[in-house]
Every structure is written in C-alpha cells, then in structure tokens.
Design a protein around this ligand. Structure first.
Ligand code: NAD
Ligand code: DAU
Length: 356
C-alpha cells in the first residue's frame, strides 16, 4: 500500500477545495475520480495542472471495473468519498440520478473497496480508511427550540436527496459492522466559500445581485441553516481521517445558525460596500419572495461538540469573516462564474424558478 489517497467527486465544490488544500499541505499524492457531471468543473483544479501529485481520472464511482483498476494500480491508503448528486431542488425535479449515484454508486464503490481491503496485508489493513462525506440533512428538520443534531439523532430524511444520502450512510455503516471495513462518516452542515456552483443559495444570490436579477427567497425566508466555511470543512475531514475512531460518525458544523433572509441581507450589505450598484440603490431592492420548496426543512443545526472534544477540531472562520472572503472571491473570479453559468445552467434556472 502506498501513501496515496483516492478522492471521489474532487472536481465539485467541496471536493476541489479539499484537493487544493491537500496538495498545498501534504506530500502524499491524490487520485481524483470524478464523473464531471454539470457540478464537476476541471477549471476548479487548474492550479494543479502539471503537478505530478494530482492525478485526475474522469469516471463514475459506480463503474466497478474502473474503480478496481484504480485501486489496484495506485494502492491508496484511504478513500474519501465526496461524489454525489448534491442539490435538493434537483432531487425534487428528478430523483433518479440521486438514487443512482448516491445509493447504487456508493454501494458499488464499497464493494470495490471491500475487495481491495481484503487483499491488503495486515499492516496496511490497520491504517486503511474509507471516509464517507455526508450531510446533516439525514437527521430531518428541527423545531425552533430543539437542540442541534447530535450523532445519536435518528435519521428522518425528508427530500429524495437526503433520503439517498441517508441510505448511503447506512450502507457505509453496514460495511463496517458486517465486513470490518474501517469506515469513518462525517455529517456536515451547509458549506459556503470559493468555487461554489451558483445553484445554491449563497453563490446564486451573489451572482444574481451582480447581474441585476431577482434574489429569490423561498417561502417566508425564515428557514434556518448552520453555515460552515468550506475550508473549515476540509480541515475537519483531514482531522477525522488522521484521528477519527473507526466506525464512528462525526458531525461538523460552523456554530452559525442563520435564517435565509438574514443571510441574503448580509450579502446585500457587503456587496453595497464592496461593489455598489451603479444606480446607487441597495442590492436588497432585488429581493423577491417566490414559491416555497416542496417539503422544505425548516431548520438545521449541528452540535459539533464530539469532533471538538475527541479530535480538537473547531472552525477557524466566523460567518462574518467567511462571507466577506467568499464575496471577495466571487468579485475577483467573475470569469469562473461566467464559465459555469452558461449552457445547462441557464436551462436549470428556467426550470426551477418558472413558478409552474
Ligand atoms: P457538488 O455537487 O458540488 O459536487 C459533486 C461532485 O461529484 C461533482 O464534481 C460531480 O461531477 C461528482 N460526481 C457526481 N456523480 C458522480 C459519480 N457517479 N461518480 C463520480 N463523480 C461524481 O457537491 P458538493 O457540494 O461539493 O458536495 C460534496 C459532498 O459533500 C456530497 O456528498 C454532499 O452530499 C456532501 N455535503 C455537501 C454539503 C454542502 O453544503 N455543499 C454539506 C454537507 C455535505
Ligand atoms: O445541510 C447540508 C446541505 O446543504 C447539503 O447536504 C446539500 O448538498 C447542500 O445543497 C445544502 O442544502 P440546502 O438545501 O440547505 O442548500 P441550498 O443552498 O439549496 O438552500 C439553502 C437555503 O436557502 C434553503 O433553506 C433553501 C433556500 N433557498 C435556496 C435557493 C437555491 C432560497 O430561499 N432560494 C433559492 O434560490
């Protein structure tokens, strides 16, 4: 077994941030397996072009022959599984791909990894890890005064997306209990930061504001999410990979619960300061209330005490510092935004916001 790690979904939002951070701070090479769906963007990895410590392979986690070949050839000491369909609204319009990648794909990946793990020598078996990246949405929704999600909360997923992620978490757990695969699972709250595809709330609002378009708020905008800066999420995953207890799950959150409307107001205020509208009016004038998301979860909140107590991890960014950095990144990287908002993106926006 080599020191290499295999990352799946490493051309997406969190995966590419993880790969960039990894190559910048670790010596071990990374194999990056990504199908390059609409959400996968090779441009995210442009800084690694020509770097021999990053090997990109285009392919599906569900393609057993390909995954078997990668494992045999590169002998990784860990697999970090980010690959997934990740957007709740898309799962409502078309759940099929979510079942395929998040459930069947994870199952096929686990089967390949199980076979690979079975062939390792005893020493290598001791250090090998399969880390599965999941979401707080598997726990369902919270009432305003409920305590935040703990690792012991029951799973109550409410969207096709969260149901498919919950299924994958269960499979990962079962592969540990049944086959002894050394797994770790992380359940994380809403990420934000650089390289975030502008179908999700924060990048969509920044993009629409600068483009002079409406800022769509679903329902009353009082749904609460717990925001985590993406590089904090990446540092937490690395910490769990090094020191997490095999078979355990770790909740990762930012201790930053905010209602959506407040998040959008904050973005508008920062844009007023950093890139004022040419007509001198405030960006909040573009806020528009639109039809609510079906089955919209009211509140998510993460209790990240376990990862702090056991592994000493806590987020470095507050929402105030993280959102400022994020907005500045979008202002400085308008060509990236232009690139990802052409073609299929336009069709998606028409479909989701047509109020049919
Ligand atoms: P993303 O949609 O930005 O990226 C997903 C990546 O996976 C893309 O590069 C895509 O091409 C790739 N992919 C999709 N299907 C694939 C397949 N069958 N085989 C190989 N690659 C495939 O998602 P993200 O926001 O970066 O999320 C990454 C992971 O983190 C997901 O598992 C998601 O459920 C989880 N997560 C995300 C958040 C968040 O706020 N974004 C929070 C908690 C957990
Ligand atoms: O909680 C973790 C999850 O966070 C991840 O597992 C998902 O992959 C990720 O997409 C995210 O899910 P959300 O549904 O919470 O994120 P999204 O950015 O789509 O929406 C955030 C909130 O903003 C949610 O309450 C819906 C609302 N919203 C979203 C969009 C796109 C709007 O009001 N208007 C919008 O246009």
């Amino acid at each position: 077994m080599k020191n290499t790690i295999l990352v799946t979904g490493g051309a997406g939002f969190i995966g590419s941030n993880f790969v960039l951070d990894w190559v910048a701070s670790e010596v071990a090479p990374v194999i990056n397996l990504d199908k390059l769906t609409y959400a996968g963007n090779p441009q995210n990895l442009a800084p690694l072009e020509g770097n021999p410590r990053h090997i990109f392979v285009r392919g599906d986690i569900g393609d057993s022959a390909l995954v078997d070949k990668i494992l045999a050839e590169h002998q990784p000491r860990a697999v970090v599984n980010f690959a997934a369909e990740s957007h709740v609204d898309r799962s409502i319009h078309g759940p099929g791909e979510f079942i395929q990648t998040n459930i069947v794909g994870t199952f096929n990946l686990l089967e390949s990894v199980r076979a690979y793990f079975g062939g390792l020598d005893d020493e290598s078996k001791k250090t090998f890890r399969f880390l599965h990246v999941s979401t707080d949405e598997v726990y369902g929704t919270l009432a305003p005064n409920d305590p935040p999600f703990r690792e012991t909360n029951p799973f109550e997923p409410n969207s096709p997306y969260s149901a498919s992620k919950a299924a994958s978490d269960h499979l990962v757990r079962a592969y540990h209990h049944t086959y002894g695969l050394p797994v770790l699972t992380t359940n994380c709250s809403n990420n934000y930061g650089p390289l975030h595809f502008p179908e999700k709330l924060i990048p969509l609002v920044i993009h629409n504001a600068l483009a002079g378009k409406p800022l769509p708020i679903y329902g009353d905008g009082q749904q609460v999410r717990d925001w985590l800066y993406v590089r904090d999420h990446c540092s937490a995953i690395r910490r769990v990979l090094v020191a997490g207890r095999v078979g355990e799950t770790y909740n990762i959150g930012g201790w930053n619960e905010k209602p959506n409307l407040e998040v959008v107001h904050t973005i508008c205020t920062l844009l007023d300061e950093l890139s004022p509208r040419s007509d001198g009016k405030p960006y909040k004038d573009q806020i528009t209330f639109v039809t609510d998301r079906p089955g919209h979860d009211r509140r998510y909140a993460i209790d990240a005490t376990k990862i702090h107590r056991e592994l000493g991890w806590k987020p470095a960014e507050s929402f105030e510092t993280g959102i400022r950095k994020t907005i500045q990144w979008y202002l400085d990287n308008q060509s990236w935004v232009k690139n990802v908002t052409s073609g299929d993106y336009k069709k998606w926006i028409e479909k989701n916001y047509s109020q049919e």
